[in-house]
Design a protein around this ligand. Structure first.
Ligand SMILES: Cc1ncc(COP(=O)(O)O)c(C=O)c1O
Length: 372
């Protein structure tokens, strides 16, 4: 089956181990195992696991893990949660379960490319709902309504958004849910960055708590800093979860038993993890804001949530050429907008260690100074 090259994955994969400073990372500084277990107060965790038999475990994910994840939502029960191999596995399973050739899938754009390329490879007709900088990278509901046709099966959002960090509030999200409901379509909302609000007063509901046509996907990689577990989940109505299970039987059987046990610890200690991570992103967001204020070649709509920002630059160099030169000259990695089909932009991650961000920005400044 043909599939488009996943540009951002190819680009980061090619260079992330070659550079000294990685500002392409989207996860909030991943834990070391030691740091994680200390924060959880469970240093003897692996000792305690010694008698655990390495079976398949619970095929849908352990009840404790699904219960812990369900608590992240207002109206979800463990039966509404299905564990997957990352949010990437969760998204894939939703497309595999719901999309047939000839269906229309409407996806926001720019976006994490998986969200339109997979449906395209399954034979769907893809319509792009373009987000614009002057609209704070938020979707326009009227434009969405115009894209809906009789074949529309799925509308796809990311909230908080990758690559811009925009945040759809409850009012707008409810309007989008209403469009999906009227069209008898489903709304897939990729919420991999949920909870990472820059402003402590911000809070946005999960789409799945607002409409029974909505499906949310989540991740342990970003806000939980447990990227190496490769775990995520789908939250949806029991009916959708049952359909997803039928498809998942052919790809997964179950996820890793040890990963499940570590993720269960995490969901029991959400507050501790978010305390650590909100401090990281809020500190780093301030540093990045200040840097941009002082840098006339770079403009942005400040991200409201998540760990990434989308920067517009004022230089006559294609974004990939700029990023390749930055790697070569300064051993620093950021992502070209071309990976998102958006020339003239760059995606930067600010969830890394503060020292990495500071040093990376300082090298980026030197680079810009030599190209002004
Ligand atoms: C919007 C979005 N969805 C899903 C993923 C995949 O994340 P995971 O590590 O949970 O598979 C990413 C990773 O960058 C992402 O940005």
């Amino acid at each position: 089956m043909k599939v488009d090259k996943f540009l951002v994955e190819r680009f980061i994969g090619a260079y992330e181990h070659e550079v000294e400073l990685n500002l392409a990372e989207t996860c909030v500084n991943p834990f070391t195992l030691g740091e994680f277990l200390t924060l959880m107060g469970r240093e003897k965790f692996f000792e305690e696991l010694k008698e655990t038999q390495l079976t398949y475990g619970f095929v849908d994910g352990s009840p404790e893990l699904r219960e812990g994840i369900a608590k992240l939502y207002a109206h979800m029960k463990p039966e509404n949660i299905l564990i997957s191999g990352g949010a990437i596995g969760a998204n894939f399973l939703v497309f595999y379960t719901l999309v047939e050739p000839g269906d229309t899938v409407i996806s926001i754009f720019p976006a994490y490319q998986q969200l339109y390329s997979v449906a395209k490879s399954f034979g769907a007709k893809i319509k792009l709902l373009k987000l614009r900088e002057e609209n704070h990278w938020l979707p326009d509901v009227n434009e969405l309504s115009e894209l809906v046709d009789n074949e529309t099966r799925l509308i796809v959002l990311i909230n908080p958004h990758n690559p811009t960090g925009s945040l759809i509030n409850d009012k707008l999200l409810k309007e989008i849910c209403a469009v999906a409901e009227d069209a008898n379509a489903y709304l897939l909302c990729d919420e991999a960055y949920r909870g990472l609000y820059i402003n402590p007063n911000d809070y946005v509901s999960s789409a799945v708590d607002l409409s029974d046509r909505a499906i949310a996907t989540g991740s342990f990689s970003k806000a939980f800093s447990l990227t190496g577990l490769r775990l995520g989940w789908i939250a949806a109505s029991e009916e959708i979860i049952e359909e997803c299970k039928l498809h998942r039987d052919y790809t997964t059987i179950s996820n890793g038993l040890i990963d499940d046990a570590l993720a269960t610890l995490a969901v029991k200690n959400v507050d501790k993890i978010f305390k650590r991570n909100l401090e990281i992103i809020r500190t780093n967001h301030q540093i990045l804001s200040k840097w941009i204020e002082d840098e006339p070649l770079i403009h942005w709509v400040p991200p409201r949530a998540g760990s990434i920002a989308f920067l517009r630059y004022n230089l006559k160099i294609p974004s990939e050429t700029l990023c390749l030169s930055l790697i070569k000259e300064k051993r620093t990695l950021i992502v070209p907008g071309s990976c998102f089909g958006m020339e003239g932009y760059l995606r930067i991650g600010y969830g890394c260690k503060t020292e990495t961000l500071k040093e990376g920005l300082s090298r980026f400044k030197d680079f810009l100074n030599s190209h002004r």
